[in-house]
Write a protein that binds this ligand. Sequence first.
Ligand code: NAD
Length: 311
Amino acid sequence: MKKFALIGAAGYIAPRHMRAIKDTQNQLVAALDPNDSVGIIDSYFPNCDFFTEFERFDRHIDKKRRKGESIDFVSICSPNYLHDSHVRFGLRSESHVICEKPLVLNPWNIDGLQELERESGFRVNTILQLRLHPTIIGLKAQLDAVSDTSKKEVDLTYITSRGNWYNVSWKGDVKKSGGIATNIGVHFFDMLHFLFGKLQHNRVHINQENSASGYLEYEKARVRWFLSTDERSLPTSAVQQGQRTFRSITIDGQELEFSDGFTDLHTRSYEHILSGQGFTLEDNRVAIETVSDIRNQKADINGDDLHPFAI
Ligand code: NAD
């Protein structure tokens, strides 16, 4: 049985990690969050030690390490801009790490972590759960099997309405979350790279607080993408059905159906990691380069290949 510590235990995604630790027959022994709304821990690991101050958590983990009871894995569910530091804490504590997406905000952060990974001998694993989605795995196998060199025409649209809280929270602060393309888009940009190969062009048409859009070209696909957290972006059909989320990926005009199969992807990710096959720091590089580049380039709505929702 492996011993886990969890950073960011009071947040939205933390219970998926608690469940994955439980589902894989492991144990959560320590958790940290400055916010103490963590009653959810009782549903999984009532004996887990809990800290609201990093310094006390650090002392506790270090004491265990010196007694030869090191934590095996530190799982990180904190806000995006803190991942870099929390990964380093995990490695310095002589633990492997499991870090939520986006691993870091900029590609050069990956270099520093790789150095520390080498020095420490411990490993950083990341949650790239769409790579474990059965439909995406099937599609990749199909794409890899054909020798057709023509590029697929892909439209990716993801509108996930968020209330006013979003812009007030760290998620709405570009310095902390990286902005919408980083925080929400990184899943999809990693999936596109996984499916369609090397990234060749990256152009941005819209880069606003609550919506972003652009064009990406990969070895095997030309992609027009649109992301939004603004409910006013929802298509009429979704509004009429009372839906607050709209997700569509079309490949050469055919809708990719993958609404199901999302529920246990954190547990699948943990199984994958515990069997030594976790996604590495390097596996994240293209997606992190993509979002960093989107964040730092000037949007130009007059460009070519506009997504239909951007017009
Ligand atoms: P959240 O705001 O609900 O949770 C973040 C938690 O981190 C909060 O409880 C907050 O108090 C805590 N925190 C803040 N500063 C901290 C610090 N210095 N030390 C320790 N904890 C601290 O956010 P969330 O939606 O749970 O997102 C957390 C992470 O998970 C983000 O990186 C996000 O991108 C990622 N995420 C992944 C998925 C996925 O599907 N894989 C989905 C949602 C979020």
